[in-house]
Design a protein around this ligand. Structure first.
Ligand code: AOF
Ligand code: ZN
Length: 368
């Protein structure tokens, strides 16, 4: 059983983990406790290529200072040599005699640290604060499972399902509360994705902004998908982060490439063509539909062809929530789980395995 002091230390390790950046590697924190329960050192992982949390903590101690000590870590100490050496070995070599960690490492490559520690006679315990630790790196864990980032597809529509009036004007279908909610959610994504057609038609900034229009601290990376050129003076080129351009229609390849850059969560902003493509290909994990009490009629539908030829092929959804936002409604929905399917959170890996990235198709003109 973990002691109260050890559980406290795990809480601290979780705080430390959150200081690390989201990216290719998980956010991990570590605390080294003396046999009396005093904190000897703290560490966290600062991103791929830098020391792991355990090694970061040990590096602050004199060579023999960790003999007989306990390491409290948010993730199972790794057992592999990747960009850095195995933490399980570093802990053994430092003379650590007890290890408490919250979550098993979900990767085949790095798992096995607990076994290696036990084989070396270290007392290993797992489990305290598992849910909290899972919450910190939920998106990273999902990416290990699916091989691609989590995808949210968002659109705003009239009550009759239109995304614009017939002349193409679409600002503003929804009201300020809905727009604020969009900016809140943009700020939680690692990348914000739009099609070249939308960039040309609407000239979106693709930034996450506060009510007064100022930039928020967290800015998702802007990603533009499609084959038409983006103007040299397009607003997205003034984004605080360098935009990535993919001149391709291969969404799986784009997602695989984004995953390799540490993007765990993408927010697809539009427009209807790109949203339809993500839905058609079964790549939309979450739909955010902002519905305004207005009628537009006409031909500018919120979604175009999603590959449904007849009602038997309809994309059934499960509604997670319906929330009023000012005069508008936000409906959050996920693909429904059909009998025999895996849950949306656990996509069938064979079906959803990403295509290999196609760097040639990435036409990065973001420095223009
Ligand atoms: C740990 N402690 O702080 C982290 C771990 O390429 P590398 O060497 O950086 O290894 C990356 C893998 O190590 C990563 O995919 C995950 O399985 C594990 N991360 N493990 O013991 C840490 N960040
Ligand atoms: Zn490690």
């Amino acid at each position: 059983m973990a002691s109260a002091v050890e559980i406290d230390a795990m809480g601290r390790a979780l705080q430390l983990a959150r200081r690390g950046p989201r990216g290719l590697n998980p956010q991990v924190g570590a605390v080294i406790l003396s046999p009396d329960g005093d904190v000897l050192a703290e560490g966290f992982h600062r991103g791929a290529g830098t020391p792991h949390a355990e090694v970061d903590a040990l590096s602050q101690l004199a060579p023999d200072a960790a003999r007989g000590a306990t390491a409290v870590v948010t993730l199972e100490p790794c057992n592999h040599t990747g960009r850095t050496g195995p933490c399980a070995l570093a802990l053994i070599d430092a003379g650590i005699t007890r290890v408490i960690y919250a979550l098993d490492d979900p990767t085949d490559a790095a798992a096995g640290g607990a076994d290696r520690l036990r084989a070396a006679g270290v007392d290993v315990e797992t489990g305290p604060e598992r849910d909290a630790a899972e919450a910190v790196i939920h998106d990273w864990i999902a990416l290990q499972r699916t091989g691609r980032p989590h995808v949210t597809v968002k659109w705003a529509q009239s009550l009759d399902g239109r995304a614009a009036a017939d002349d193409g004007t679409s600002q503003w279908i929804t009201g300020p509360a809905a727009r604020r909610d969009v900016h809140d959610r943009r700020a939680q994504a690692d990348a914000i994705v739009a099609g070249t057609g939308t960039v040309r038609a609407d000239d979106p900034a693709l930034t996450a902004r506060a009510d007064d229009g100022s930039l928020r601290d967290a800015q998702p990376m802007p990603v533009i998908i499609g084959e038409s050129e983006t103007a040299p003076d397009a607003a997205v080129r003034r984004h605080p982060r360098r935009p990535l351009f993919y001149a391709t229609h291969d969404l799986r390849a784009v997602l695989a490439d984004l995953a390799e850059q540490g993007v765990q969560r993408v927010f697809v902003e539009g427009g209807p063509t790109l949203a339809s493509a993500f839905v058609r290909e079964g790549l939309a994990d979450e739909l955010l539909v902002y519905v305004a009490p207005v009628l537009l009629g006409g031909s500018r539908l919120a979604l175009a062809d999603i590959g449904v030829a007849s009602i038997a092929g309809a994309r059934r959804l499960a509604v997670a929530s319906v929330s009023p936002l000012g005069d508008d409604l936000l409906i959050v929905a996920h693909p429904a789980v059909a009998h025999g399917d895996t849950a949306p959170d656990e996509p069938d890996t064979a079906e959803r395995a990403p295509a290999s990235p196609t760097p040639d198709s990435r036409n990065n003109r973001g420095d223009a």
